[in-house]
Ligand binder design. Structure first.
Ligand code: KG4
Ligand code: ZN
Length: 327
């Protein structure tokens, strides 16, 4: 079995995965959403303190599995430096105490493998990762062949929802709150500009900072009754931006399988538009189970099983945290 730890942002999670079968034997996650909600976003120092409290408690529940562990895995990149270090330090301590190999896992690869929890892997596929930290399109052929073909130049899709929710004083995380509010709004009321169009329409990239600022102006000039229309129009444009860029991608590529992963892949408006987009291309849509869309340790464990089989181990010295991803 492999014990895996996730602490890259505001979720403390530990999983136990059986190597031979990919079976998830244990998974527990303690989210910090409530604690960060009053600040309208994640406060790194508070997140680190909460991980320091939560992780040992979850680890205690894993005691019955300790004797069967063959490796310990942990998210080491990307994420908040002060929170990554909590998981990595715990993993190193377990590795030393039990004399088992250490495996550092990239969180983005984890999100990709959230598609394969308790399943076999299937490649090739093109993956759209939409989370609080990333908006990224990747072509995945195997564990080691992952090519990023488009990513955000500034804010991410999920982050823009968080910021719009904060402007409206709704709380954190903003994604589900804006999605709910948008249900009762007019999607055409505000004519926000779709990012990276015009001269930049051929660019395969994403940008959300301009849209965020346009929404800020609208919020400042509106009373609370107008928020639903702003949320609906924002969600529409944020989604259309992705759809337009994916259309551009499909002009030159024809993946048979397309997947959406990450916390914001729970967005129903985005999901339904991507489903429509894929139809004429005959591409199959792959989604991870809703409970594994947001950050979790099961996806880290699933990657770790593959890394274990390839003996992709790290020593205490070469496993360092890297807040920015190299993917
Ligand atoms: O993958 P995740 O749990 O954490 C990161 O790795 O960032 O994603 C969390 C992000 C947050 O920004 C949250 O607002 C967003 O996913 N999110 C959504 C929805 N549900 C969660 N964004 C838009 N619509 C949603 N329904
Ligand atoms: Zn994530």
């Amino acid at each position: 079995m492999i014990l895996s730890i996730e602490s890259s942002c505001d979720d403390s999670a530990i999983a136990i995965t059986e190597i031979a079968t990919n079976k998830l034997l244990f998974h527990k996650k303690i989210s910090q959403e409530l604690e960060h909600s009053v600040y309208g976003g994640v406060v790194p120092e508070l997140a680190a303190r909460l991980h320091a409290e939560a992780l040992p408690k979850i680890l205690k529940e894993c005691e019955p599995y300790f004797k069967d562990l063959r490796a310990v895995a942990v998210t080491s990149s990307p994420g908040l430096a002060v929170t990554l270090i909590e998981g990595v330090t715990m993993a190193k301590a377990i590795s030393v105490a039990l004399g088992i190999p250490l495996i550092g896992v990239n969180h983005l690869v984890g999100h990709i493998y959230s598609l394969f929890i308790e399943k076999e892997t299937t490649f090739p596929l093109t993956v759209l990762l939409v989370s609080g930290g990333h908006t990224q399109v990747m072509e995945v052929n195997s564990l080691s062949e992952i090519k990023t073909v488009a990513k955000s130049m500034d804010d991410s899709f999920g982050e823009s929802f968080d910021k719009v929710a904060k402007m409206m004083g709704l709380g954190y995380p903003g994604g589900p709150l804006i999605q709910e509010l948008a249900k009762n709004g007019d999607r055409k009321k505000y004519d926000f500009t779709i990012p990276l169009q015009g001269r930049q329409s051929s660019l395969l990239a994403f940008s959300y900072s301009g849209l965020k600022n346009a929404v800020r102006l609208a919020v400042e000039n509106s009373d609370e009754e107008g928020y639903a229309d702003i949320a609906a129009s924002f969600e529409h444009i944020a989604t259309m931006h992705i759809i337009k860029k994916l259309k551009k991608y499909f002009e030159t590529s024809s993946p048979k399988t397309f997947a959406i992963v990450g916390g914001a892949s729970a967005n129903l408006y985005l999901r339904s538009h991507i489903e429509e987009l894929l139809k004429p291309y005959g591409a199959k849509l792959l989604l991870s189970e809703l409970k594994y869309c947001s950050d979790n340790a099961a996806m880290i464990g699933r990657v770790a099983v593959e890394m274990y089989k390839r003996e992709m181990f790290h020593s205490l010295d070469d496993l360092e945290i890297a807040p920015r991803s190299n993917i």
